[in-house]
Design a protein around this ligand. Structure first.
Ligand SMILES: Nc1ncnc2c1ncn2[C@@H]1O[C@H](COP(=O)(O)OP(=O)(O)OP(=O)(O)O)[C@@H](O)[C@H]1O
Length: 308
């Protein structure tokens, strides 16, 4: 899925500003941004629900919205609160959805299968008006999965789910991805995205301020952090080491080498490990206009070191 200069204006407001998304087949792509940053509008343009003011969007290699008729049957989408008939059960809602969709029906067996997959009881006959927000969210996901989509586009799918539900959702999405489904998921929850995604895009004020593989963004920084009760001894064994509160930070590509030097010098070691930037560090740096995206500033070492 790619976009080129995708832009949406509402009057004088530019909600999405020249966005170049690149979500590749097989990715679990986390689309991050604060409330109002333009995520939902972008997703709606990708699905052909809103027309772009300018720019282009390709989904599954085809131009949207021109190819919507052939693309959308291959895409499962959950956008802004799934709609359901309140007087019908979850199963009856899926049967209605199945009958209304393009192409051949998925059938009763598949309906029972997807309900179980998302953690809803296929035998539950209660009308969906009695459902909690989390159950509605699961039903929306079941509808998105019905046709075994190649691509899932989910806007804030964990809205309304409790911690157990969030974990189940994550495990389900990862399982689907292992089985070959590309997943594009928008979220404002950094930790959720960090635990699940292979690639991250960050929107701020409608602009894509960051897009890269998660492994690249959170790669080791070439610094190693050390926690030891023998700080003075450790400093003498590690030239160039700097104190950051209870930790020492030293420039070295190899935590094992640092440990070896400390132990051979008779220094007791409580913790040693590479300093990595968390996704939070990276996103805050990218969305702070004063910061340089991608750079580890000296004064960030202390902050990052604690989470290394
Ligand atoms: N139909 C519309 N008419 C006018 N302004 C709109 C419309 N839809 C969205 N906007 C505005 O565009 C901006 C981006 O909204 P959007 O819903 O895409 O953000 P979002 O990142 O999905 O936020 P949230 O997480 O709160 O849903 C907001 O300022 C919003 O008020």
């Amino acid at each position: 899925m790619r976009t080129y200069g995708l832009t949406k204006r509402f009057g004088s407001l530019t909600a999405v500003d020249a966005v170049d998304l690149d979500c590749r087949a097989g990715d679990v792509y986390g689309f991050l941004g604060a409330n109002g940053s333009g995520k939902t509008t972008t997703v709606r343009m990708l699905l052909g629900l809103v027309l772009a003011t300018s720019g282009r969007a390709e989904v599954l290699g085809e131009e949207m919205p021109r190819a919507a008729g052939s693309v959308l049957p291959r895409v499962g989408a959950l956008v802004e609160g799934p709609g359901a008939y309140p007087h019908l059960s979850g199963r009856a809602n899926l049967a209605t959805f199945d009958a209304a969709g393009p192409g051949p029906r998925s059938g009763r067996r598949r309906i029972r299968e997807v309900l179980a997959e998302v953690g809803l009881d296929p035998a539950d006959r209660r009308p969906t008006r009695t459902y909690s927000l989390g159950m509605r969210q699961r039903l929306g996901l079941a509808a998105a999965l019905l046709r075994r989509p190649e691509l899932l586009v989910l806007d804030e799918p964990t809205n309304g789910l409790d911690p157990q539900g969030i974990r189940e959702m994550r495990e389900l999405l990862l399982r689907l991805n292992r089985d070959g489904t590309t997943i594009f998921v928008s979220s404002h929850l950094l930790a959720e995205v960090e635990q699940m995604c292979t690639r991250v895009g960050v929107l701020a004020g409608g602009r894509l301020v960051l897009q890269d593989d998660l492994a690249t963004l959170t790669a080791p920084t070439g610094l190693v952090r050390v926690v030891t009760p023998d700080q003075e001894l450790a400093r003498s064994l590690l030239p160039g080491a700097r104190s950051h509160g209870a930790e020492l930070v030293v420039s070295s590509p190899d935590a094992a080498d640092v440990t070896d030097r400390l132990v051979k010098g008779g220094c007791r070691v409580a913790e040693v490990g590479p300093v990595r930037r968390s996704l939070e560090d990276v996103v805050l740096a990218a969305t702070d206009p004063g910061a340089t995206p991608g750079a580890v500033a000296d004064d960030e070492v202390g902050a990052g070191a604690g989470r290394g």
